[in-house]
Design a protein. Structure first.
Length: 482
C-alpha cells in the first residue's frame, strides 16, 4: 500500500506539469487548489475509497476499494488518441474487493488513467463528490467527506499539479487561461496593412480580411468565439470554409446575426463538446468598409474574444480600420489670397487600379466615397474648399473636366490622364485637421507650344514684308531719278 501511495504522489506531480488530466490522493477533509482561475469550476470525483488501517494515523497505510458509482470502470475501455486502453491494465479487483493497482507503474500510466476516469464520468453522467468555484483571489477549496483517491477536473479542461497530504490535499493550478489572437491578414490595398497587423487603412468599399486564432484546451468546456464590428464594417457571412483546426476538430454552429449589447453586429461560433487534444481554431473572414465608416481620427473597430468554462471571457482583442478626408482647394494660378474658384469640375481616380470613384453628395462642400453612389464628378463652390471623405492613405488622380469661367483647365498631365494632378492622402489627415490639396488654374488663351505653327512664322513673314517694302521704295526712287 505504501508503494502505490508513493507512486501516485510522485507520478502525479510530473503528470500535471505535462498538462494531462488530474488525479489526486486525498483523505477526509479538503482539496485546496491554489493559483486557481477566478470563476472556473473545479470538480472532485472519488474513484477509489481509501480504508486506513488506523484512522488516527490515516497516512500510515490502508487499502483501496472501488467506489460504488465506478463499479463499471474495471470493464471500461478508453480511447486515448485512437489507442484502446482497458482499465484492467491499471487496476484489478481482488479478494474482499481490495484493489491491485500495480498497473499504475509509470507517469504515463497515471496521466492516461486520469483522462480515462474523466471520460467515464462524462459518458455515464456521474456526479461529483465535491465542487467549488474559484474566487477572485485565485483560491478554490473543495470539501470532501471521505478518504479516497480523487480525480479533479476543471472547467478549463486543463490540468493542475498535485501535492498530496493527509488528511487533505493541496493542488496548484499550472495552466494559463486560453488565449485568442486577431490580426488583419489581407486588404484591397495590402500595402496599407500595418506592419504589426493590428489594423489597416482603407477606402470605403474596400474589403478587409481578418484572422482570429483561439487556443482550445484539451477537455475544455463551453468554448465560443465572438467577433463584433462597429457600423462602418459590414460582415461577409461565414461559411464552414472559413473555419479550420490545427489538431482535433470540433462540431460548431455559426450565428451570423449576432448582436452585442451595444448594437454592434458580428458573428458567434459556438463549439460543441470538448477538444480531445489542445487545438487552435482559426477563423479567416472578410468585412467591407461601408458608407457609414467613421472618418479619421475616429476608428472602425473589430473586436473578438473567447468564451470558455463558466462563461468567462478572455481579454478582448481588437483591430482598427482607418479611412481619411481630403480637401480640394481650387484657386487662380499665383493667387496668394486663397480665394476659392467656383464651377470647377473634377473626376477622381484611384491610382492603385485606375477605377473612377463614385460619391454621395453630403452637402455643396462635402462628398463621401460610395461605390453605389450616383455622383461621378465633384464641383467646386465659392463658399469653401471641397471635402472628400472615405479615402485610403494612397495616391489619387484629380482630372479637371471643366474649368471655372475665364480660366484654363489644368495644364499638367498624370500618365494617360490629361488636365490632371496627383494627390497623396496622408495618414495625418483627420476631421480636425484636414489635408488640403491646392489646384491652380491659369487665365487667358493658351497658345500651342509644340505641334502647331506658333507665332514665329508671323514674325518672319512680317519681317520679310517690311524688308521687301523698303527695297521696293529704294528701287522706285532710283528709277524715278533717272
Amino acid at each position: 500500500m505504501n508503494r502505490i501511495k508513493k507512486l501516485i504522489v510522485g507520478f502525479l506531480v510530473s503528470a500535471m506539469v505535462l498538462g494531462m488530466a488530474i488525479t489526486a490522493y486525498a483523505a477526509s477533509g479538503t482539496i485546496t487548489i491554489s493559483n486557481a482561475n477566478a470563476g472556473q469550476t473545479y470538480d472532485a470525483y472519488r474513484v477509489f475509497d481509501y480504508v486506513p488501517a488506523d484512522e488516527a494515523d490515516a497516512g500510515a497505510g490502508g487499502i483501496y476499494k472501488l467506489a460504488s458509482k465506478f463499479s463499471g470502470l474495471p470493464s471500461y475501455t478508453y480511447s486515448d488518441d485512437g489507442n484502446s486502453v482497458a482499465m484492467s491494465s491499471f487496476f484489478t479487483v481482488g479478494d474482499n474487493d481490495i484493489l491491485d493497482t500495480s498497473g499504475l507503474a509509470t507517469e504515463e500510466d497515471v496521466k492516461v488513467f486520469g483522462r480515462a476516469v474523466l471520460a467515464y464520468v462524462k459518458a455515464n453522467g456521474i456526479g461529483n463528490d465535491g465542487s467549488t468555484t474559484a474566487t477572485e483571489d485565485g483560491v478554490a477549496t473543495i470539501s470532501v467527506s471521505e478518504y479516497g483517491y480523487y480525480v479533479v477536473d476543471s472547467s478549463l479542461g486543463s490540468a493542475v499539479s498535485v501535492d498530496t497530504t493527509t488528511p487533505s490535499a493541496s493542488i496548484a493550478e499550472k495552466n494559463s487561461v486560453p488565449e485568442i489572437k486577431k490580426e488583419v491578414s489581407g486588404a484591397t490595398n495590402s500595402s496599407t496593412i500595418y506592419s504589426d497587423k493590428t489594423g489597416n487603412d482603407a477606402q470605403i468599399g474596400d474589403t478587409v480580411e481578418f484572422k482570429v486564432s483561439a487556443d482550445l484546451k484539451r477537455g475544455g468546456k463551453d468554448y465560443a468565439i465572438v467577433d463584433t464590428l462597429t457600423p462602418g464594417l459590414t460582415l461577409v457571412d461565414l461559411q464552414d470554409s472559413n473555419i479550420s483546426f490545427s489538431n482535433s476538430s470540433l462540431g460548431y454552429t455559426i450565428d451570423n446575426a449576432y448582436v452585442d449589447e451595444n448594437g454592434n453586429k458580428g458573428f458567434k461560433i459556438t463549439f460543441e463538446g470538448e477538444p480531445k487534444d489542445d487545438t487552435t481554431a482559426t477563423v479567416v473572414y472578410q468585412a467591407v468598409v461601408n458608407k457609414d465608416a467613421a472618418i479619421a481620427s475616429e476608428e472602425n473597430i473589430n473586436e473578438a474574444f473567447l468564451i470558455y468554462g463558466n462563461g468567462t471571457e478572455t481579454t478582448h482583442v481588437t483591430t482598427k480600420t482607418m479611412t481619411y478626408p481630403l480637401q480640394i482647394k481650387k484657386i487662380a494660378l499665383g493667387d496668394t489670397t486663397g480665394k476659392v474658384l467656383p464651377g470647377a469640375e473634377f473626376k477622381v481616380y484611384r491610382e492603385l487600379d485606375k477605377t473612377q470613384l463614385k460619391f454621395t453628395k453630403v452637402s455643396d462642400t462635402e462628398y463621401k466615397v460610395d461605390p453605389d453612389g450616383s455622383v461621378e464628378a465633384i464641383v467646386t463652390v465659392a463658399e469653401a474648399p471641397l471635402t472628400i471623405t472615405g479615402l485610403n492613405a494612397e495616391n489619387y488622380i484629380l482630372e479637371e473636366t471643366k474649368a471655372p469661367q475665364g480660366y484654363n483647365l489644368l495644364e499638367s498631365n498624370v500618365g494617360d490622364y490629361k488636365h490632371a494632378q496627383q494627390v497623396t492622402v496622408s495618414t495625418s489627415s483627420n476631421t480636425g485637421a484636414v489635408q488640403v490639396a491646392t489646384v491652380e488654374d491659369g487665365t487667358g488663351l493658351t497658345l500651342p507650344s509644340t505641334g502647331g505653327i506658333g507665332t514665329t512664322i508671323f514674325y518672319i513673314i512680317g519681317g520679310i514684308l517690311v524688308v521687301a517694302g523698303i527695297a521696293y521704295f529704294i528701287v522706285r526712287r532710283k528709277a524715278d531719278a533717272e
